[in-house]
Design a protein around this ligand. Sequence first.
Ligand code: NAD
Length: 262
Amino acid sequence: MIAVAVAGALGRMGSEVIRAVSAAEDLEVVAGVDVPAAIGGQPAPAGIALSSDLKQAISDAKPQVLVDFTVAEAAFANAMTALELGVRPVIGTTGMGPEQVQRLEARASETKTGAFLAPNFALGAVLMMYFARIGARYFDSAEIIELHHDQKIDAPSGTGLKTAQDMVASRGHPFETNVPDKEPLPGGRGANCDGVRLHSVRLPGLVAHHEVIFGGQGQILTIRHDSTDRTSFMPGVLIAIREVLKLDRLVVGLDTLLGLRV
Ligand code: NAD
């Protein structure tokens, strides 16, 4: 049995992770961590010891893996704490800055402890990103529309941004972009990642959706992925929990674990 602690245990993703891990025969949830306000306001999931103190939870429950779906400000500190205590972090929280990722990478390598970070655990989204990296080599113009539920804090989405960055890296230079002469409302053309314009839609009713649109001479190629339910992320989370035990450094992206790197 792999012992798993979940940070953000009472959140939307954390609750889903607790359900998925509890249902897997080779995994068990040994602790849930959340902020005091959340713990005070909700009943604990059945049979899960809840705590607002990650260090204490790790020392009491001795998890091998910490799955983190919290907020960017907390995820970095949680992962560093986990690494210090020999626990392997699997981080799904988005919005961490590149400097924090570098520091995590350095710490995981120094301590020879596996760590894993993925902006998107949905296998279909990982394939979308893979196909987008291939398309990026053949088209000079591309834009991304990402659509999420209205509770999402960060924009653009971690997946949207990573997709754009990977597309630029795949072709080796920025995309061609038209810079408008007039933008009556600032931000009208969206965020700009080396020529890839990113547009963020936030509406109730949405879950997580990404559309990569390539434009070329007389043709449009659209690659779209829809997560219509949070369960879409769970197979990827379970793969990461099992695989992080075999790592001795930080790996970023489910594509690396699945051999989908181009
Ligand atoms: P949510 O607001 O429903 O849940 C976050 C939970 O974290 C809350 O219960 C909150 O109280 C808790 N929390 C905040 N600070 C904490 C701390 N210091 N320690 C422990 N718990 C803390 O949010 P959500 O929809 O579950 O999303 C969580 C994160 O996961 C976001 O960053 C989101 O973008 C990301 N996400 C990633 C993927 C992926 O595939 N990688 C998929 C969906 C969501």
